[in-house]
Write a protein that binds this ligand. Structure first.
Ligand code: ZN
Length: 242
């Protein structure tokens, strides 16, 4: 069985469509939150994810768009994006977001946006944070988003050390050795210096997770963001992936 793993779409419909075109069709989809925020296609992205019947958890930007978070917890550019997104969302989009859970368990995998310990807010960027979070997992493995950086943290055999493995296209990660916390990177706003949309394929028979990158029409997304007056910094970063 194979699964398509998506995270941090961030209202970037053209990146999402490019990923769906690139990935094998018909795979079940697991989505790790932040469908909206930053980008110019919030309702379209929600409709698309809904149509895929994805198993999806909620992210901090989804919560903010629903008015469940104080916007002052975000930086000024993110605040402007949140307020713009709130004005765009249709009742059907809001209803979809409101039904997203904080965490899902799918076989040997826990799905959360930030971390198992703190699903909305915590960023797992470094091994010590990953190590602490293994104690909050009831499954062997965990899939997270939130940092927009494709990476895996592996709890090695003795349970004491955590190894960092960068997820690069063409080099599948083996699931066979120790427990893992994996991040597929961001579909709609990558932050690892590569502006291409990022996603992963989980293959349970091969016991691998492989990251894939795909180009999309960044300029059209940027033009639409500018037309709606979305923050320039968030327009620019799509060109560079920071
Ligand atoms: Zn995000």
């Amino acid at each position: 069985m194979r699964y398509l793993i998506l995270s941090d779409i961030h209202s970037n419909l053209l990146a999402l469509e490019a990923v769906l075109e690139d990935a094998p069709s018909g795979l079940p989809v697991w989505c790790l939150g932040d469908i909206v925020g930053y980008g110019p296609y919030p309702n379209e992205c929600i409709q698309r994810v809904c149509g895929l019947e994805a198993a999806c958890v909620v992210g901090n930007h989804d919560w903010a768009a629903m008015g469940k978070l104080d916007v002052r917890d975000f930086n000024l550019d993110a605040q402007r994006s949140v307020l713009w997104t709130q004005r765009q969302l249709t009742p059907a989009s809001l209803e979809y977001l409101e039904h997203l859970p904080l965490r899902l368990i799918e076989g040997a995998f826990t799905l959360v946006h930030g971390s198992p310990r703190e699903p909305i807010w915590e960023y797992i960027l470094y091994p010590p944070t990953a190590r602490a979070n293994f104690e909050h997992l009831s499954t062997d493995h965990c899939l997270v988003g939130h940092t927009h950086v494709p990476v895996a943290f592996r709890l090695v055999e003795d349970g004491q050390a955590v190894e960092t493995e960068h997820l690069v296209e063409g080099t599948p990660l083996s699931l066979g050795r120790g427990r893992l916390i994996c991040n597929p990177g961001s579909v709609g706003q990558p932050r690892d210096g590569d502006p291409r949309a990022s996603y992963a394929i989980l293959d349970l028979e091969e016991a691998t997770l492989e990251c894939h990158r795909v180009t999309y029409d960044v300029a059209t997304v940027q033009e639409r963001m500018e037309r709606f007056g979305l923050p320039q910094r968030n327009v620019t970063r799509l060109s560079y992936g920071w």
